[in-house]
Design a protein around this ligand. Structure first.
Ligand SMILES: [Zn+2]
Ligand SMILES: [Zn+2]
Length: 333
């Protein structure tokens, strides 16, 4: 099979021929249909994951069909269409027992401690699999674990209420376009902020209000009091984010995880407006299932800018670097 492999730390990647792996007793073999590119892939290629187990297969967002199952696997069989959580929890620590497996301290992450999924076939631990309802498409399925379910979990943590104004920064990006829809699905009135006029045109179809530019606080004041900000950007928007929030407002900080960037935190805003900042990553298995149900009900749709062949991954990575694409970039295997 062909696979996109990172041979060593900071070693770039190569598309190479390798043996189709065989599942051990707790694994299934999945014939990969689609993968999705993520900023985490870019950061990994830039060398931000020194402790990962190289060489490894890149990629953590995937949908495919089971082709072989290990002897301990229950409830899954050949032909099932599946996606997976992004990590493998131990399912037995205190966090896991509370149903908060996203806080598991012993979890192993796909494409870090375990091989990822950018290959014609991938091994997945059966405990992390999620079946795709037949009326949910591959494109929705592939963006669910890392994007839609992650945003859903973040909005739950914020305690979103019907009618809340929710502002989304970086709203035209791969996370943003889905955050806008998820906030709407949960009853929010959404203000989408983007730096691109082109992306604004699309966003006006899915958001209640659209603002172009990083200085948005004046415009937002004319619209309403914001209770929740989903900030996908960070350095260029964080100060404005704190400005627009009303008393008791919440920031769901999703972007960005580039360790070379930071924000200047004005404590006055934070304290006097009783603002909570929720650093957020990850989703649990139930969030993935719930996000898939919402997709099935038509509450959100996948926004995909390009579906490339996996051999064209460089083109996709370049679009990610330039932030030129609207929505997610998928790879077909
Ligand atoms: Zn991702
Ligand atoms: Zn655990």
């Amino acid at each position: 099979m062909k696979a996109i492999i990172i041979p060593s730390f900071k070693g770039g990647y190569k598309i190479t021929e390798t043996e189709i792996p065989r599942p051990n007793k707790d694994e299934v073999l999945v014939k990969v249909k689609l993968g999705a590119l993520c900023y985490r892939d870019l950061l990994q290629l830039q060398g931000y994951y020194p402790r990962a187990k190289y060489p490894l297969i890149l990629g953590h967002e995937m949908v495919g069909v089971i082709e072989d199952v290990g002897e301990n696997v229950e409830g899954y069989s050949n032909g099932d269409r599946v996606t997976t959580m992004l990590y493998v929890p131990d399912w037995k620590c205190d966090a896991c027992k509370l149903g908060e497996e996203y806080y598991c301290k012993n979890s192993k992450v796909y494409s870090q401690e375990l091989d990822g999924f950018f290959a014609e076939y991938a091994l997945v631990k059966w405990s992390t699999l999620v079946k795709i309802p037949s009326d949910v498409g591959d494109e929705a399925a592939v963006v669910t674990p890392c994007v839609s379910a992650m945003v859903l979990r973040g909005l739950k943590r914020s305690g979103i209420r019907e009618g809340d104004y929710v502002l989304v920064t970086g709203a035209g990006g791969g996370v943003g376009v889905h955050a806008v829809q998820m906030a709407k699905a949960l009853g929010g009135k959404v203000i989408a902020v983007t730096s691109s006029e082109d992306k604004a045109k699309f966003l006006s179809k899915i958001a209640d209000h659209v603002i172009v530019g990083n200085k948005f606080s004046e415009d937002v004041r004319k619209i309403g009091d914001v209770r929740i900000v989903i900030d996908n950007v960070g350095p260029f928007t964080f100060d404005e984010t704190l400005r627009v929030l009303k008393q008791g407002g919440k920031v769901i900080q999703i972007g960005n995880i580039d360790p070379s960037q930071s924000v200047n935190l004005r404590l006055g805003y934070l304290i006097l407006k009783n603002i909570e900042i929720i650093g957020h990553a990850g989703a649990g298995k139930r969030d993935i299932e719930e996000a898939l149900s919402l997709a099935r009900e038509g509450k959100w749709r996948p926004v995909v800018s390009n579906i490339l062949s996996f051999e064209e991954i460089e083109k996709g990575l370049q679009m990610l670097r330039e932030k030129s694409n609207l929505g997610k970039i998928l790879l077909r295997f």
